[in-house]
Write a protein of this length. Structure first.
Length: 52
């Protein structure tokens, strides 16, 4: 079983706000031949999640 390889043509950074906490969340997406999909590149900063 081999993993799908995505070719990133364009990295898009989307910014959304959590209305409950007021924190900003950054989502990185890649735009490639297969369409737009979440980028799996490691973020430069640890992503903050509600689970610890």
């Amino acid at each position: 079983m081999e993993a799908s390889v995505y070719h990133c043509n364009l990295h898009q950074q989307m910014q959304t706000a959590d209305l409950r906490t007021g924190r900003m969340h950054f989502h990185i997406f890649c735009e490639g031949d297969e369409g737009v999909f979440p980028c799996h590149s490691p973020p430069s900063t640890p992503e903050v999640t509600g689970q610890e």
